[in-house]
Write a protein that binds this ligand. Sequence first.
Ligand SMILES: Nc1nc2c(ncn2[C@@H]2O[C@H](COP(=O)(O)OP(=O)(O)OP(=O)(O)O)[C@@H](O)[C@H]2O)c(=O)[nH]1
Ligand SMILES: [Zn+2]
Length: 350
Amino acid sequence: MIEEIQFYEPNEDYGFLSNFSHSPIHLSDVTWPTSEHYYQAQKFTNSEIVQEILNAPTPDDAFQLSRKYAHLVKSDWMDVRHSVMRYIVFEKFRQNPHFTHLLVSTGEKLLTEHSHKDSYWGDGGDGRGQNELGKILMEVRDYFAEQEPFKHVHFVDSAKLPTQWGTFQMYGFVERATGKEHLALVYGELKQGEPPLIRLHSECLTGDALFSARCDCGFQLSRAMENIVNAGSGVLFYLRQEGRGIGLINKIRAYHLQDDGADTVEANEALGFAADMRNYEFCKGMLSFLNIESVKLMTNNPRKVKALKTAGINIVERVALQEGNNPHNSGYLKTKASKLGHMFDSSFIK
Ligand SMILES: Nc1nc2c(ncn2[C@@H]2O[C@H](COP(=O)(O)OP(=O)(O)OP(=O)(O)O)[C@@H](O)[C@H]2O)c(=O)[nH]1
Ligand SMILES: [Zn+2]
């Protein structure tokens, strides 16, 4: 049974789908406040009417103006209105990527404009209408679902996450290629043009949750969250890449080999894995959802720096995150430096 999303008012659930939702659309040298403004204005050839509709304070006013001048609608409007609507809905999402992420995140659901006033663009309120706007939205969704950066993750939901340092807003994403569930913990306000302090933290159950001293992850995680709160804003991306991508059980097998003398790279390779199996491509989708283009990145790992640069993310600053050196992990840290290129100060790994 295909799930259905019914939308109508811009301020209700899925309101971004409505033509009345605020979504600036720049066409040649004009900025239309909503797709509704543009659609209603195209009914007329009289430039003064077009200008009056463009300047209408709300989409509802734009709609009322087109009713007021109904006797002046151009003669071929009924022949062209569908292509006008399709064009402006596509442009709305092309120019407002956050909305595009939300649209793509509706997955395969049926999108229905639940409008008792309109049985052409909507369902007529009784489900018997043509729902032409819903059909256009699903077509536009299918297109963007295969495009960068929308194809990597679906946003599902967000909720507050109070912590000892401060309260983050937790965003849940599902990676389309693997089904893995990744998080973005956002603190404070992410301001356009101000690169936020971020961390791409790879999941380490033993370090992050079981207080393990044989790696530096848990120490880094708490420090990173504290740093973000102290900076006033930022994002901790929690990536389900346990064991540098080989998973928890394989990491235990790798630890066992390390208990018998192998180093962290040799152990992975003895199990038939590369030293590091992680891929960060999908992070593009989460960064784009949050409208982040430049970052200050907390890491010691040159591969992460490279991965983000390859993903087109501008790293304005790399912030070292050297935490938790102790007798149980000093060999591990030394191997990360010598074999995986981790950038540690000599004072950190004595
Ligand atoms: N396979 C394997 N994974 C490990 C081992 N120790 C830690 N990990 C995993 O390594 C990941 C963290 O990678 P690190 O190299 O510690 O740090 P990084 O995230 O690459 O780099 P930083 O951003 O500087 O912390 C987590 O997924 C851990 O589960 C190990 O001995 N073997
Ligand atoms: Zn760890």
